[in-house]
Design a binder for this molecule. Structure first.
Ligand code: PLP
Length: 389
């Protein structure tokens, strides 16, 4: 029997229905102009998103994964180089590195923020290290100051994976403006989402921008003249038109996410003694909460799987981002990593649970989620069942 969903994990209709007419009109303009590939709406959106993020150049591509892969290539990263990245990221970060031919060097994360452990990263630097990829996981930036210090000390590049961090801020920096370049995804459920796949590379560096423009377009420096082995990976004009219509709302949507996270924090605070601990926010108002993630710690009397199953049974959708760290995925076993290599990443994979999070999620819905968790803890706690025995 299907359980009716009372609170979904995401609800994109809440974003799109109020601006449906302007979205349809923007699509209509592209239909009339017929410039479906590399059209005007694309260059307009690229400039707008780069400006909003505090950078100079934006180059739209077919996905966030391509923004990472081609972006690293545009930064001249190739076979023989080492690239450092966290073990607890979405696999696309790792795939991007592997596609360049460079050797990925995974490192552990901070158990409280789930962000890359920069001390571990510094220890992993060798003479071959060309770049470090901070993943601004869940919408929180890795400390820009510490990243720039590392880059300066060790003469390495910072390449941001900002796929979950559109317009996030920390220490006066916007996501995408810290490193040599930054990759964003416009997958529909991201903070800024297209009506399909999409991505963009942002950079301040003219050489990187120019190489990226060639790489996404068969390596062509001009029509039918190819200076390198590129590919076909362009952000569709129609997607750019949709994204450009949505961009002015992004800041408010992000603010709404922050308010929702603050409500969750308040409602969940009494459950801390039972081992329910939210992932820590070290960037104050700058966190854009792509996801709201809690830890169900060892001290919690109830298993994560029980909590998730019972929430599902009540029609409350949750997620796990991500259940298996990169180094334990079977597809990457050739890298030679083993269980135990990154204890914090492995611990978090077993503890984390992402709660419903989307602009428009109401205060009473948040309370329903947190009340449900409190009730599940109460009903399933061993001491409680003894009382009823
Ligand atoms: C979504 C995501 C990607 C990949 O983006 P796609 O557009 O799905 O290819 C890469 N890294 C992180 C951290 C992501 O969340």
């Amino acid at each position: 029997m299907d359980i009716p969903i009372t609170i979904p994990f995401v609800d994109l209709n809440l974003q799109h229905l109020p601006i449906q007419n302007q979205l349809q009109q923007a699509i209509q303009v592209v239909l009339e102009q017929g410039d479906f590939v590399l059209g005007k709406a694309l260059s307009d959106f690229e400039a707008a998103f780069a400006t909003a993020s505090g950078t100079k150049y934006g180059i739209g591509v077919a996905s966030g994964t391509d923004a990472i892969t081609l972006g690293l290539q545009a930064c001249n990263i190739h076979a023989g180089d080492e690239v450092i990245l966290p073990a607890n990221t979405f696999v696309a970060t790792l795939i991007g590195v592997l596609r360049t031919g460079a050797k990925p060097i995974l490192v552990d994360c901070d158990p409280h923020t789930a962000l890359i452990d920069l001390e571990a990263a510094a220890k992993a630097i060798t003479a071959k290290t060309k770049a470090l990829i901070p993943v601004h996981l869940y919408g929180q930036m890795v400390s820009p100051k510490q990243l720039l210090d590392l880059a300066d000390t060790y003469k390495i590049l910072i390449f941001e994976d900002a796929a979950q961090a559109h317009l996030a801020e920390r220490e006066g920096y916007r996501a995408g403006s810290v490193g040599i370049a930054a990759a964003f995804s416009f997958y529909p459920s991201k903070n800024l989402g297209a009506f399909g796949d999409g991505g963009i590379l942002l950079t301040q560096n003219q050489d990187v921008a120019e190489k990226m423009v060639r790489l996404r377009n068969y390596g062509a420096s001009r029509k039918y003249f190819h200076t390198e082995i590129g590919t076909n990976s362009r952000l569709d004009t129609i997607q750019a038109a949709v994204l450009h219509q949505k961009l002015p709302y992004l800041q408010n949507w992000n603010r709404d996410r922050l308010t929702i996270a603050q409500h969750y924090d308040t409602e969940l605070a009494p459950l801390a003694t039972q081992g329910i601990i939210p992932i820590q926010n070290h960037s104050a108002q700058g966190h854009v909460y792509h996801l709201y993630v809690i830890r169900i710690c060892e001290s919690c009397p109830v298993n994560r799987s029980v909590i998730q199953e019972e929430l599902t049974a009540m029609g409350i959708q949750t997620g796990i981002h991500y259940p298996i760290p990169c180094h334990l995925q079977p597809g990457f076993s050739d890298l030679g990593y083993q269980k135990g290599d990154f204890p914090h990443a492995e611990m978090l994979a077993n503890q984390i649970l992402s709660l419903p999070m989307y602009p428009g999620l109401s205060h009473s819905q948040i309370q329903k989620v947190t009340d449900a968790i409190a009730r599940i803890l109460k009903v399933n706690s061993p001491t409680e069942s003894l009382l009823f025995a």
